[in-house]
Design a protein around this ligand. Structure first.
Ligand code: DGL
Length: 279
């Protein structure tokens, strides 16, 4: 990493945000990134919103302490739970968050029937209700929280029996109802897009917001004079509050990256790095 190059902090409950990180790194390879996976608390989607908010606050403080100058909430659940509050509480730092991509789905669906796959917590928030209210006029929405899917993806089970069963149950009624567009409203889910196509047909349009999020990251970096104009590929640092070896395995299998992973611990509401890593 070039000294002084602005660091982007990216976080998720686990491996899901890697679907966003790979787009950010592809678009902005010269920008150093610290990716934090809160695997000590995954899944977020079945938790209370207040609890997810507290995790997001703790992670934000940690990333700021590590030198982050832009924070990307690469997690729909944490974004709908905490983005607004974090922007109020940490006005000195720009945040990029996510919201379920109902708008592009409504624009692109020909059948006017859209499927949304997101976590239970995401579906319960006012922010999701507001997205539906603003963008889903004249379309039928079919929502499914896919219980257990995040945990299967965390385990690396992208096409096994349990994952197939969860997706078959969610997708069958959607396909039968004539849904032609499905929104990935959870950053873990893009890793099962090949299986979704296998189960629901290759003609199904799948909306993964990650490339749009990466473009937004570039716009925000530019607007804040944080964009690194250099061309040297920057370092990505990986930290997990869960199991280091398991995360390292996921890095390899999900995004083809071999890298050291550092361990961090929650102490009350704070995160401490051990400095230890597995290589
Ligand atoms: N990847 C996250 C999201 O986008 C969180 C999933 C979870 O931890 O339940 O919602």
């Amino acid at each position: 990493m070039t000294a002084g190059t602005p660091l982007i902090g990216v976080f998720d409950s686990g491996v899901g945000g890697l679907s966003v990180l790979r787009e950010i790194h592809a678009l902005l390879p010269a920008q150093p990134v610290l990716y934090f996976a809160d695997q000590g608390h995954v899944p977020y989607g079945s938790r209370q919103i207040e609890e997810v908010r507290a995790f997001a606050r703790g992670i934000t403080r940690y990333l700021l302490g590590q030198g982050a100058q832009l924070i990307v909430i690469a997690c729909n659940t944490a974004s709908v739970a905490a983005l607004k509050i974090l922007r109020d509480e940490f006005p000195q730092i720009p945040f990029v968050g996510m919201e379920p991509a109902v708008k592009p789905a409504a624009e692109q669906s020909l059948s006017r029937k859209i499927g949304i796959l997101a976590t239970e917590a995401t579906f319960q928030t006012a922010m999701y209700a507001s997205v539906v209210d603003r963008f889903a006029h004249g379309v039928t929405l079919m929502e499914d929280p896919c219980p257990g899917l995040v945990s299967q993806i965390e385990k690396g089970n992208l096409a096994g029996k349990e994952t197939r069963a969860i997706l078959t149950r969610a997708l069958e009624p959607m396909v039968n109802a004539g849904v032609d567009t499905i929104v990935m409203g959870c950053t873990h889910y893009p890793f099962v897009i090949p299986l979704i196509h296998e189960l629901a047909g290759s003609q199904l349009r799948i909306i993964d917001p990650a490339p749009a999020v990466a473009r937004q990251v570039r716009r925000v970096l530019e607007a804040n004079n944080l964009l690194n104009p250099g061309s040297d590929v920057a370092m990505v640092r990986f930290v997990t509050s869960g199991d280091v070896a398991q995360f390292q395995q996921a890095l390899h299998s999900l995004i083809g990256v071999e890298a050291p992973v550092e361990k961090a611990f929650w102490q009350g509401e704070e995160i401490k790095n051990t400095g230890g890593s597995a290589v």
